[in-house]
Ligand binder design. Structure first.
Ligand code: C5P
Length: 401
């Protein structure tokens, strides 16, 4: 029996050629035992008729806020609460833009904004629309809100062109949902500590030593763990992103010392700790309580002191049942450095990303990693979104539990 049996699924359909594939998707969801409520945009109805969809789903298709002749109100709030998940397939560029920016001018977008459940988005459009910076920015925004983007495939497009933009095949969307729900609870009962982002080491009230870390990888890990049932404590340096899942408690810190202090408070209660933060190795020995002025000809000298190594400190304190995972961001001699850190910091696993790989490292939405464990050969993964990399990392951790 499919894990989707009995699940309440809102299927959102937008106005794109790929809407014809939504019929197969609906059929497969129903076959898997799900109860499906279709919500279609006005443009969607130009591509596929509500009659087909309501016959297959055995429910009236919702498109307008109310039924014109009776005045019956369709509550997007009730629908958002009813859903165990919402799947928007196909998601057009226009609807992605509306969802990303809260333009709630149709039933599909209002339902999305009211949804408390996980949301899966399967974009479909022409390759140029897909790679346009506004589409990419909207997708990145939607992913940062905790939505799951089911990446479109490459191939022959309705426009006659070839490229990325084909909606993922219905069978694979169903598989994606089944994987999501079957994994959903494999971290239930676990408490995961994650560090993320940079640290800021104060020089004076207006200046600091920091780095380019955006926190995206650590936050993606936190969302992945929370969506798989874990309680998560996320100790985060200064970043401009927010955690979405309510199972994540974010503790905001600035310096490495503060980060260590907060980690030590929760570490004894955690069974998994993932050190993803880009911690400054050094901090100014003193912090001036006033802004250092450019009064003299002399150049000020800032004396640095070593910061504590949070991963190594927790490594020395950990017990046998705790799993400690580190990251290594290297520019050269990658494998040797990663392996050395694995043992030196008493880690169970280390995730290596090289600054030499395009699309990996600070700020970007993608990453390319290799995972080193003590008892097995390194595993190399291809370039993926940080959300997908988070899934790979957590899959490996779960195997070690
Ligand atoms: O030694 P290096 O900084 O390359 O090690 C990286 C790993 O150690 C990362 O997991 C990082 O979060 C962690 N680290 C730490 N405290 C430091 C420096 C690094 O926890 N002061």
């Amino acid at each position: 029996m499919s894990i989707l049996n009995g699940k309440h699924i809102v299927l959102g359909i937008c106005g794109g050629i790929a809407a014809y594939k939504s019929v197969s998707l609906l059929r497969l969801l129903i076959k898997a035992g799900a109860e499906v409520q279709v919500v279609i945009t006005p443009a969607g109805k130009e591509f596929i008729t509500p009659v087909t969809l309501s016959a297959l789903s055995q429910k009236p298709v919702v498109s307008e806020f109310f039924t014109a002749n009776t005045g019956e109100w369709h509550s997007h709030v009730d629908l958002g609460l009813w859903a165990d998940c919402m799947v928007i397939a196909p998601a057009t560029a226009s609807t992605l833009g509306k969802m990303a920016h809260g333009i709630a001018d149709n039933m599909l977008v209002t339902t999305y904004l009211s949804a408390k459940s996980p949301v899966f988005i399967a974009p479909a459009m022409d390759l140029d629309m897909m790679r346009h910076p506004s589409t990419q920015t909207n997708l990145a925004l939607l992913a940062s809100y905790g939505n799951h983007i089911i990446e479109p495939g490459s191939g022959f497009l309705a426009s006659g062109l070839e490229g990325k933009g084909r909606m993922e095949e219905p069978e694979n969307i169903v598989k994606y949902l089944e994987d999501f729900f079957s994994k959903a609870q494999d971290l239930a009962g676990h408490h995961v500590l994650i560090t993320a982002g940079p640290t800021y080491e104060k020089i004076d009230p207006v200046r600091f030593i920091g780095n380019y870390s955006s926190g995206k990888m650590g936050y993606a890990l936190a969302e992945e763990c929370a969506s798989r049932g874990a309680k998560v404590t996320l100790v985060s340096g200064p970043v401009s992103i927010k955690a979405v899942n309510p199972a994540i408690t974010t503790v905001h810190v600035e310096s490495a010392r503060e980060m260590l202090e907060e980690c030590r408070k929760v570490f004894p209660e955690t069974d998994i700790a993932i050190m993803c933060a880009a911690v400054a190795d050094y901090a100014p020995a003193t912090c001036s309580d006033r802004k250092i002025k450019r009064e003299h000809d002399d150049v000020p000298v800032i004396t640095l002191v070593k910061n504590p190594d949070i991963a190594a400190t927790l490594g020395a304190e950990k017990n046998d049942s705790q799993i400690l995972v580190g990251f290594a961001l290297e520019t050269d001699n990658e494998t040797v450095n990663a392996e050395q850190k694995l043992y030196k910091k008493n880690l169970d696993m280390i995730v290596l990303n090289s600054m030499r790989d395009n699309g990996a490292g600070f700020g970007v939405d993608t990453n390319k990693v290799s995972i080193f464990k003590r008892d097995s050969d390194p595993m190399d993964f291809p370039l993926k979104t940080k959300a997908q990399v988070a899934t790979d990392i957590i899959d490996e951790i779960v195997k070690s539990l």
